[in-house]
Design a protein around this ligand. Structure first.
Ligand code: FPP
Length: 238
């Protein structure tokens, strides 16, 4: 099913629909998040298997802080559980781990676990796994502008490449494919600058039902697209 040779280097995913999945079954929302976390694990493995270079996952947005305290605290507990349980295994498998977003707003124990995972994976050579946590695209852009102003950068020195280097995603390639589950067709403040030329794949499947097979279907959809980057050449690649 997968065509060889055109695996997107960077796949980014808006993992949406956990709450609806649980509500449809009369379960508490956290049950949807738990099932969603299992799918996250499955998709990370699938991405490493097919040779994706960077996988970015929108795990917690800045807007998500406005959810009821109970749900936020359950999500943090779930993240803590996975960081403790799964990440040493992922790091052993060669994954390079990093985060984007306002990490300083997360509970201190989570910050420590994230820092530890980043440091331990620094010399790895495998897939980049990027967790967007307490993340918002506009906020990231504003922080980058402030960095430039604090550095006293002259307007003439602000190039796209320089601006890229001020973003949380500095050093990573832009996403080639952005997937959003659950039927919503929005970017929702995710990687706003970086998404300029990304192919978008929307599916009605709720994240807790998004299996590795569905992930491969999304890659297949990407493989069928023509990417022109504003030029006229069919299948032009950057
Ligand atoms: C969106 O569903 C999902 C989130 C806000 C959190 C994403 C978290 C996970 C997939 C699990 C935890 C992740 C890790 C890395 C351990 P929603 O609650 O917005 O669903 P709804 O739109 O149906 O309400």
């Amino acid at each position: 099913m997968l065509l060889s040779g055109r695996i997107p280097a960077h796949v980014a995913i808006i993992m949406d629909g956990n709450g609806r999945w649980a509500e449809m079954r009369g379960l508490p929302r956290i049950e949807g998040h738990k099932r969603g976390a299992e799918r996250t694990r499955e998709v990370i493995t699938a991405a490493t298997e097919v040779g994706v270079n960077t996988l970015t996952l929108y795990a917690f947005s800045l807007e998500n802080w406005k959810r009821p305290d109970e749900e936020v605290s359950m999500l943090m507990k779930l993240l803590e559980f996975y960081l403790k349980k799964e990440f040493s295994e992922l790091i052993k498998r060669g994954i390079v781990f990093r985060t984007i977003g306002e990490i300083w707003r997360l509970p201190e124990n989570i910050q420590a676990l994230l820092k530890d995972a980043e440091e331990k994976s620094l010399r790895n050579k495998g897939m980049n796994l990027v967790l967007a946590l307490s993340y918002g695209g506009r906020n990231e852009i504003i922080r980058a502008v402030k960095k430039a102003m604090n550095l006293g950068v002259k307007p003439g020195d602000v190039t796209e490449a320089y601006f890229d280097s001020l973003l949380d995603t500095s050093g990573l390639s832009a996403p080639d494919l952005i997937i959003r589950t659950s039927g919503e067709k929005r970017i929702s403040n995710f990687l706003l600058w970086q998404a300029a030329y990304a192919e978008l794949h929307f599916t009605d499947t709720l994240w807790p039902d998004f299996t590795r097979e569905e992930f491969f279907l999304a890659l297949h959809d990407y493989q069928m697209r023509e990417r022109r980057f504003g030029t006229v050449n069919a299948r032009a690649e950057r």
